[in-house]
Design a protein around this ligand. Sequence first.
Ligand code: GLN
Length: 234
Amino acid sequence: MTLTIAHIFPALLSTYGDAGNVAVVRHRAESRGYGVTTLTVLPGEPVPSEADIYVIGGGEDAQELRAVELLRRESGLAVAVRGGAPVLAICAGMQILGEWFTDGSDIRVPGLGLLDLRTERRSARAVGDVIADAIAIPGLPTLIGFENHRGGTSLGADARPLAQVLQGVGNGSGEAVEGAVQGSIIGTYLHGPVLALNPALADHLLAQVVGPLPPMDDTLAEEFRANRFQRAQA
Ligand code: GLN
C-alpha cells in the first residue's frame, strides 16, 4: 500500500524545521513496509482532497495571512477532514484551521473553521521549551517541543486540549493546556519538529490510516528525545 502525504504550503509555513514532520511520517511508514508519496502543495495550487495524511506547519505573521487567504478559497482540506483524514497542524497552521485569529492590528482574520478555537494576540510572545502530558490521545508519552508564538488560543467545546502543560506556555489563554484535538485533526504549538521529538504522535497519525503498527527500532529517536528533555529541564 502507498500512502499519500499532502504537505500544505511549506514555502510559506515551515518554521523551526516543521517540514521535518513529513520526513518523520515518511520514514516511519516506510520502515513498516508502506510506500509513501509526498504531495507538496505550493501556494496557489489546489489542495488535494484525496491524500491520506495532511501536514501544515507554522509561520511568521505575513506568511500566515497569505496562507489563510489562499486556503479559504480551497475546499480540498475540508473535504478530507469530513472523510476523516488525519491532519497535523503546527502553530500558525493550527491558528489557520480555527475560527479566527487576530492580525498585528488586532483585526479578526477568519480561519477555515475546522477547529473550534480562536486566537488573539498575547501581551507577550511565548518562546521556549514545552513539556506537556498528552491527555486527548491515550497512550502517548510526555510531549516535548519548542514554542514561539504571539497568539494565545482558546478552545471551544468541540476541541479538546492535546496536552496538559508541565513546562512552558502552550495555548496561552489562561489554562495550562497545549494544542487541540478535534476529530482527525491534531493542532499543536510544538515545533522541533514535533514528530521527530515525539515519534509516537507520528505513529498515531499513521495508525489512523493503516491500523495498529508494529514497533520499530527507536534507539536514535529515544536518544534525541532524552537529550532534549535534559536540555529543556536544565
Ligand atoms: N505568527 C503566529 C504567532 O506568532 C504563529 C507563529 C508560528 O507559527 N511560529 O502566533
